[in-house]
Design a protein. Structure first.
Length: 293
């Protein structure tokens, strides 16, 4: 089976969680004999932090502008059996238009950010990766979260057939490894900065750090502002590529998982990130356990 995917990024995990998921999924599909082509717009901030140049398992197509990619896209779609557009793909609307007007047998939309999508719709905010005609024309709409998120995709965006495809990790990569002195800590946290995580991070990470000056606390991630309230015993790692996630988790006595507010309100817990930590037998404290799959 040949799949063509239009996504945010598979080449860089900097500032996004999509890349880790796609690498695991595309690698697993390839090992089962499927042919996968992933189209990604080559943007400067991912290019500057690219931690995957290419893969023997699947084809990565980087393009500068959609118009430049169109000939290659049309060629790929001619032999594809499944074409998939995903949330936060910068050319999601153009890609949707093209695959829905093609002869591809199965047209799929995968929302890896369903609670965020639905929250923005409820607040009447623009959702740039959703086509103006909604999701009704797609043969299948996949969601990173289940439960009432699936109902929201149907009632709010017209999806006809919905199913969950939960977050996951690659067990060949995320497994116990030797601790790394670079990531040694009493408490660690790995995640991109987001304002709606800050309150939980303050309560469960930064305040304990202030109360335990003799302990070591390590944060790994991107987009942390200059005025972030660091303490002397808090260490920062600007970027931890997926290949080093196991070492990061296996090097701390305890790790923290913080769920974004939109997902927490929908009863979702980031199981993929928890399983990464659990693979290293690192105890996990989460700010939101309800809804753990």
């Amino acid at each position: 089976m040949k799949l063509v995917i239009f996504g945010l990024s598979i080449s860089s995990s900097w500032g996004n969680g999509h890349a880790t998921i796609w690498r695991g999924l595309c690698g697993a599909l390839a090992r089962q004999g499927h042919d996968v082509t992933f189209f990604e717009r080559d943007v400067p901030y991912y290019a500057a932090h690219r931690d995957l140049q290419n893969s023997d398992d699947y084809e990565l197509v980087l393009y500068s502008e959609w118009n430049d990619a169109e000939p290659r896209v049309r060629e790929a779609l001619r032999s594809a059996e499944i074409a998939m557009v995903t949330s936060y793909c910068p050319d999601a609307v153009c890609a949707s238009d093209m695959i829905l007007n093609s002869a591809v047998p199965r047209r799929v939309f995968y929302d890896l950010d369903t609670p965020v999508t639905l929250e923005r719709l409820e607040q009447e905010q623009a959702v740039e990766y959703i086509p103006p005609y909604g999701l009704e024309p797609f043969d299948l709409v996949l969601s990173y979260t289940g439960g009432r998120a699936l109902e929201g995709l149907q009632s709010g965006l017209g999806a006809r057939r919905v199913a969950p495809l939960y977050g996951s990790v690659d067990p060949d990569l995320h497994k116990p490894v030797d601790p790394s002195p670079q990531y040694s800590a009493d408490l660690s946290y790995l995640g991109t900065y987001a304002p709606d995580r800050q309150q939980a991070l303050e309560q469960l990470f930064l305040e304990p750090a202030r109360r335990a000056p003799g302990k070591k606390f390590v944060i790994g991630g991107a987009l942390y502002p200059e005025d972030f309230p660091w303490s002397e015993n808090t260490w920062f790692v600007r970027h931890v590529p997926p290949a080093l996630h196991p070492a990061f988790y296996c090097s701390s006595k305890l790790t923290l998982s913080v769920t974004r507010s939109a997902m927490a309100e929908m009863g979702y817990c980031p199981s993929g990130r928890l399983f990464e930590a659990a693979a290293c037998e690192t105890p996990v404290v989460s700010d939101h356990w309800e809804g753990l799959e």
